[in-house]
Design a protein around this ligand. Structure first.
Ligand code: C2O
Ligand code: CU
Ligand code: CU
Length: 469
């Protein structure tokens, strides 16, 4: 494999041609009706089970996450892997605006770790969302995220972010959801719907149940899990609408979602409500991206939720939707949701160009350099509005993510793009670019932007930004 090293051999040069062909094929398939169920598809598994939920009492959610290697049930078998609280994925933390969140992180691993709250608009300093702090084995850290007043409602997630170890720990299962409630939950057509959480992880366990190190995993030998289950069954009545919160919390797998015979009516991207509903046949989620969709069930029957081939990763059935029971009168789906602040019309203080590259070696770099926590790559003024163009000088997709402040995509490959909301992660097309606008509000300090394929991030495809007053 030409691109061995810290990054996984996702796309050796020889497979690029195939990957491109697969992309074209995937695009061609979008117009066609879903293929009949292939005989090799796994049989539907047990009913979908969601991770345990922890909620606040008296405005405070205080919880302990213990990172440890140990026996865990995954996909109906016992494996030995790294998780939080022996749960794959970890517990769901459910908060309301005004709630204070405190997490006691206990490191029982034999290596470093820390905790990142992906999508949070909070301080990157001290005991906040500080990924530059690494917790040594045996250490405990009390994290304080303050109140979540300024956070849009939606699906956030938590995961470790110790440079060099992120891929292995997240791939092993260290990741979980944070759900913030809010205005979108009260909208007509959304309020009162049955809600489901679908957290997608992908990894490979050896015959003896140990997790295969990310470097040695192969896309076609991995299993895609939803909430740690293989092909769970999601039940719904004919005509019923359900709200699915879907998170791709895998360390480096892409998900191109399709639901046989049904459209996905997207209402949120990352933890940001959209201004209106967008009906889609496919929803592409790069590593770390989330989407919330409404699904309105058709006639009784079984329908598969699949991920389609993407960038060398094979098609897989993720879950089976079983439509059964007393039919319901289909209710009209909402059309208009919540307005967002349109950054495309604001004056900008500064423009920047950022370039993702893979140099011979391979070296995974941004603007020619591997990550160095002692070097500030972007110095930014607090309160400033900036426009960044993220260039991808490679022939594969990379998901760009920045901490602390969300952004609005304003152009893709130089073509103006009409965003439906803000987001915190965006896939950058091969040999293309995404232009986004963001405002560095409220929080001074240093934090990071990076490729969210964690093998790339660990190998150096990350930069340091410092927001100064
Ligand atoms: Cu999901 Cu830098 O993080
Ligand atoms: Cu993040
Ligand atoms: Cu990358």
């Amino acid at each position: 494999m030409i691109w061995a090293g810290r990054a996984r051999p996702r796309l050796a040069i020889g497979t690029l041609v195939i990957a491109t062909a697969l992309l074209a094929l995937a695009a061609a398939c979008q117009a066609a009706p879903p293929a009949p169920t292939a005989s090799q598809d796994p049989p539907p598994g047990p009913d979908l089970v969601e991770p345990a939920v922890q909620t606040s009492t008296d405005g405070l959610l205080q919880t302990t996450l213990t990172a440890a290697l140990g026996p865990v049930q995954v996909g109906g078998r016992q494996v030995t892997t790294t998780t939080y609280n022996s749960s794959f994925p970890g517990p769901t933390l459910r908060v309301r605006p005004g709630d204070e969140l405190r997490v006691r992180l206990v490191n029982q691993l034999d290596g470093m770790t820390n905790l990142h709250t992906h999508g949070f608009h909070t301080s990157p300093l001290g005991f906040g969302d500080n990924v530059l702090h690494h917790l040594m084995p045996g250490q405990t850290w009390e994290l304080e995220f303050g109140t979540l007043d300024d956070h849009p409602p939606g699906l956030y997630w938590y995961h470790p972010h110790a440079h060099g170890d992120s891929d292995e720990q997240v791939s092993g299962g260290m990741a979980g959801a944070i759900i913030n409630q809010g205005a979108i939950d009260e909208l007509p057509g959304i309020a009162g719907l049955t809600e489901r959480l679908l957290l997608i992880q992908a990894t490979q366990f050896a015959a003896d149940g140990t997790a295969v190190p990310p470097l040695d995993q192969q896309p076609d030998a991995e299993t895609r899990y939803i909430n740690g289950q293989v092909n769970p069954t999601i039940r719904i009545r004919p005509g019923e609408t359900q709200r699915w919160r879907i998170g791709n919390i895998s360390s480096d797998d892409w998900v191109d979602l399709q639901l046989d015979g049904h459209q996905l009516h997207q209402i949120a991207a990352d933890a940001n409500p959209m201004d209106r509903v967008v009906a889609q046949d496919n929803v592409l989620l790069g590593p770390a991206e989330r989407a919330e969709v409404l699904v309105q069930a058709g006639a009784a029957g079984s329908y598969e939720l699949r991920t389609m081939p993407f960038q060398g990763e094979p098609e897989a059935v993720l879950a089976t939707m079983v439509v059964e029971g007393e039919p319901m009168n289909p209710q009209p789906l909402p059309t208009t949701l919540l307005p967002f602040e349109d950054l495309s019309v604001l004056p900008i203080d500064r423009e920047r160009q950022i370039t993702f590259q893979i140099l011979d070696g391979p070296e995974f770099v941004i603007d020619g350099q591997e990550f160095d926590p002692t070097r500030v790559d972007q110095l930014v003024q607090l309160g400033g509005t900036e426009e960044w163009t993220i260039n991808n000088a490679t022939s594969s997709w990379h998901p760009f993510h920045i901490h602390i402040n969300d952004f609005q995509v304003v152009a893709i490959n130089g073509q103006p793009y009409e965003a439906r909301g803000h987001q915190d992660t965006v896939p950058i097309p091969p040999n293309g670019s995404v232009t986004m606008r963001t405002r560095f509000l409220d929080f001074p300090g240093a934090f990071v932007y990076h490729c969210h394929i964690l093998g790339h991030e660990d190998a150096g495809m990350m930069g340091l930004i410092e927001v100064q007053e």
